[in-house]
Design a protein around this ligand. Structure first.
Ligand SMILES: [Fe+2]
Ligand SMILES: [Fe+2]
Length: 335
């Protein structure tokens, strides 16, 4: 399908321009003034948002169903109290497959490499039943394409297309690298179950596929709000196990308990239970490390800091980490 080439962006439109272009409706509010009804929209693309007004003469009942959808907007840019807004004369729904998602949200560039690495690690799982369970998700075309579009979070970390895959790969590789380090250096050498490390990393956030809506806004779904991704993940893995068992594939009960424990304890005390196995402790630790670092990166990115800034700068206060972050302009970080 030919993609629509976007020409006008929310933060760059000029007064007096007649535009016909695609935006995503972030919010749509119906207003009433005496007997007249009109809409006030927040239109989103990768540059930010712009307000769009649909006054009474262009009002259509059906527009109220367009919230959180891609639309082609026809209208004129006007200045209202020195702020550009679009006076919309017409609006049509657009097929989400016809838009370049990069015009609306940041998309991680190295997703196929990450996914190859995930596949390589899956091939290293020795337990046939755990491998089947992992393949139930990571081997299904539709689920994989959902994973590639999914975020790793909505605000705090990995809040972009591909964030789920980037974060999962980071946790997977970090946990395996720590396991190797432990194996080489610990004098006592308790056995670590590599199959559980791999499948635990791959499943620890699988519930995020149900927790968040698709791009470009990663709002929580109803079940995401009501249950959160830990419980959703355990439910998804349990359901998959039932399907496999119905097909005659028996899953080892101990493996299943420990796998679910890894998911349940992946947020330490912020989740339903604390880690009680070495594998769970390693995954929770790798998860926290990657989330924390990505949270700093995310805030620097949102506030526009980049490697050629000329002054030392601090971000706004970050509620999650209860501090501001410092950006060193001489550093090698490129955002
Ligand atoms: Fe999580
Ligand atoms: Fe995570």
């Amino acid at each position: 399908m030919d993609k629509i080439q976007k020409k006008y962006f929310a933060q760059n439109v000029q007064e007096g321009t007649s535009i016909e272009d695609v935006f995503f409706i972030k919010t749509l509010n119906e207003k009433k003034d005496s007997d007249k009804r009109y809409y006030m929209l927040s239109l989103l693309d990768k540059t930010g948002t712009i307000t769009g007004n649909i006054w009474t003469e262009s009002y259509k009942e059906e527009y109220r169903k367009y919230n959180e959808k891609f639309v082609k907007v026809k209208g004129t840019v006007i200045l209202h109290q020195s702020v550009p807004k679009i006076k919309i004369s017409q609006m049509n729904l657009v097929d989400p497959n016809a838009v370049n998602i990069e015009d609306f949200v940041y998309v991680a560039p190295n997703l196929s490499e990450c996914f190859k690495q995930i596949q390589k690690r899956i091939s290293e799982i020795t337990s046939p039943s755990l491998k089947q369970l992992v393949q139930y998700f990571y081997g299904q075309k539709e689920v994989v394409s959902h994973m590639l579009r999914a975020p790793g979070g909505s605000e705090i970390h990995h809040d972009y297309v591909g964030g789920f895959v980037i974060h999962t790969t980071s946790v997977l590789e970090d946990a395996l690298s720590y396991s190797e380090n432990y194996k080489v250096r610990s004098p006592r050498k308790y056995h670590l179950n590599k199959d559980l490390i791999i499948s635990g990393a791959l499943f620890h956030d699988i519930g995020k596929l149900k927790e968040y809506k698709q791009a470009p806004i990663f709002k929580r779904t109803k079940s995401g709000k009501l249950m959160g991704h830990i419980l959703l993940g355990i439910e998804m893995v349990s359901n998959a196990a039932c399907v496999l068992q119905a097909q005659g594939i028996q899953l080892n009960e101990d493996d299943m308990d420990e796998l679910k424990h890894i998911i349940a304890s992946s947020h330490y005390k912020d989740g339903p239970i604390s880690p009680q196995t070495m594998e769970a402790m390693i995954i929770a630790n790798s998860d926290r490390k990657d989330s924390d670092v990505s949270a700093v990166e995310s805030q620097l990115h949102k506030e526009g800091f980049h490697s050629n800034s000329e002054e030392d700068v601090f971000t706004n206060y970050n509620r999650f980490h209860e501090t501001s972050f410092y950006f060193n302009p001489g550093g090698s970080c490129s955002l």
